[in-house]
Design a protein around this ligand. Structure first.
Ligand code: FAD
Ligand code: 2HG
Ligand code: ZN
Length: 513
């Protein structure tokens, strides 16, 4: 293991790179003109919703004085998604501060049949958080109060608009961590995380939000407030209604508050960044890491050479080890005893090197170095945007077929893309496949879809592992869900939102069979 050499190189890195403000990045991309969604998808028809009037605006102004945004330049960011692939033409953004205000807004919109899109940090990757036509944006930006933190049980209660990174910083003061972590933590809201059932980098260890969310409060389309804000770990009194809203992508209700179980902050964290020569070796290392690291294994991520090229060439990040391997693995251990964990990690890595599974690697236990290694992985989504247009896929595939999809897509789209990369949460069987081109190309899109979704369905995977269906993927739902399951979802929608005002054109398919 060339650990000392690689760590020396890490030390000389410019750490400020990872602190590059997201603001500058977003603004420079906003200057590009994103076609209106209604233009890119000409066959899509606007639903029979009312059109916004001056009278509606004055009602909103009375409900939330001073927090009704209407200027078109102010609305740009709310109308356009993070990927710059979807753009709506909403004329108003409402920024309530309380559940009561959300309730009054939705009640009025429901009575007037005005369509609404709930929006958190607008980091969603499937076009779910922005209007398709002229839906009213209800933003949770000002609902950002932390309500309580019980240090003994680790229960955090907060409003939906709290930024994930701020919550992490807050709970860290009590030696706790959030059960989820993702690259968008600086912007995404906890309400948005719940609405998408976000997975992220810690799911392997702490499980999905369906387990760590203890309670939530949501407002239905009618304005009724559904209070499920329990803080109990065990509560089997009837249907677990809160679960309905987790992963419902703003189509069943607007989440206003949540209570979340926060794990203890681990005393010792080690991160290894390793190079290997085939994807089979990645799987061998995963299997061995589960056996040898056992309870301290907290993340297992992989990147292929083309993903590494994005970090190196587009983000100008220095790769912690030699950048010529076909595959890279990032392993994190988290535990309570530094010496014990380090011994375990070093023993495991030595074994992997001796067996030839790992060719080169570096391991870090200091926070700044750990953060740097993680930034190489976390910033790939940002780096891809430098290529121009990004075709983003987020699938689950059984590990025996996992990387086959990247190879199949590369072969099929040869000459029509800048690159096709594979990376992601291999420990959760979750692959992030991304293709890029200088600008949107219908030819490339036709090569990718439905081919890619058919491939995933044939190999018994899911077409959306963690980002959701949103606007872009809803019509492929049948590739992963039965007709009866989709019909049941549609019935739930009818009961909770009979006028269909909440996030129309999202999640449910155009045609329910
Ligand atoms: P938004 O983008 O604003 O909204 C997302 C959806 O939730 C929309 O349908 C919206 O209508 C709905 N919604 C938002 N707030 C509410 C609310 N209060 N009530 C009801 N509905 C609401 N996702 C992962 O799962 N794992 C990752 O590792 C991951 N990494 C990412 C890294 C980057 C750099 C980026 C840009 C995105 C990443 N994402 C990831 C995708 C994204 O789903 C998450 O960032 C996050 O969960 C979205 O939160 P948000 O507040 O930005 O929600
Ligand atoms: C991640 O894991 C996100 O970094 C984004 O889910 C994935 O860029 C992507 O496809
Ligand atoms: Zn992810």
């Amino acid at each position: 293991m060339k650990a000392s050499y690689a760590l020396r190189r890490l030390l000389s890195n410019n750490y400020s790179l990872q602190c590059q403000t997201k603001r500058t990045f977003y603004r420079s991309f906003l200057r590009q003109t994103v076609p209106l969604t209604s233009v890119r998808y000409p066959n899509l028809k606007r639903g029979g919703y009312s059109a916004l009037t001056d009278k509606d605006l004055s009602v909103f102004e009375k409900l939330i004085p001073g927090r009704v945004l209407t200027g078109s330049s102010e609305l740009d960011g709310y109308n356009t998604d993070w990927l710059k692939t979807c753009r709506g033409s909403s004329q108003v953004v409402l920024r309530p501060k309380t559940t009561e205000e959300v309730s009054a807004i939705l009640k009025y919109c429901n009575e007037r049949k005005l369509a609404v899109v709930p929006q958190g940090g607008n980091t969603g990757l499937v076009g779910g958080s922005v209007p398709v036509f002229d839906e009213i944006v209800v933003s949770t930006q000002l609902m950002n109060q932390i309500i309580s933190l019980d240090e003994i049980s680790g229960t955090l209660v907060c409003e939906a608009g709290c930024i994930l990174g701020n919550l992490s910083d807050h709970v860290a003061e009590s030696n706790l961590i959030m059960p989820l972590d993702l690259g968008a933590k600086g912007s995404c809201h906890i309400g948005g995380n719940l609405a998408t059932n976000a997975g992220g980098l810690r799911l392997l260890r702490y499980g999905s939000l369906h387990g760590s969310v203890l309670g939530l409060e949501a407002v239905l389309a009618s304005g009724e407030v559904v209070d499920c804000l329990s803080t109990l770990r065990k509560d089997n009194t009837g249907y677990d209604v809160k679960q309905l809203f987790i992963g419902s992508e703003g189509t069943l209700g607007l989440i206003t508050k949540a209570s979340i179980l926060c794990p203890q902050k681990p005393n010792a964290v080690n991160v290894a960044f390793l190079g290997c020569d085939s994807f089979e070796r990645v799987l061998d290392i995963f299997k061995e890491s589960k056996m040898k690291l056992g309870e301290i294994l907290s993340a297992f991520e992989f990147l292929d050479a083309d993903a590494i090229a994005v970090a190196r060439d587009n983000l100008k990040l220095s790769i912690p080890i030699d950048d010529s391997f076909p595959f890279y693995v990032l392993i994190e251990s988290s535990g309570s005893d530094g010496t014990h964990d380090e011994e375990k990690m070093n023993g495991f890595l030595e074994d992997m090197m001796n067996r030839g599974y790992v060719i080169d690697g570096t391991v870090a236990s200091e926070p700044a170095k750990i953060q740097y290694i993680w930034s190489v992985r976390e910033r790939i989504a940002e780096g891809l945007m430098h290529d121009g247009y990004c075709y983003k896929y987020d699938v689950s595939i059984p590990l025996s077929h996992y990387y086959g999809l990247v190879e199949a897509v590369r072969e099929r789209t040869q000459g029509n893309t800048t690159r096709v990369i594979g990376y992601g949460h291999v420990g959760d069987s979750n692959l992030h496949l991304n293709a890029t081109s200088p600008e949107y190309s219908q030819t490339t899109m036709d090569l990718l879809e439905p081919f890619l979704y058919d491939w995933v369905a044939k190999h018994r995977g899911s077409i959306s592992a963690e980002h959701g269906l949103g606007f872009k993927k809803r019509d492929f739902i049948y590739h992963s869900k039965s007709e009866s399951a989709v019909r049941t979802m549609n019935q739930m929608k009818q009961v909770l939102d009979p006028n269909g005002i909440l996030n129309p054109y999202k999640l449910l398919p155009t045609v329910v069979r």
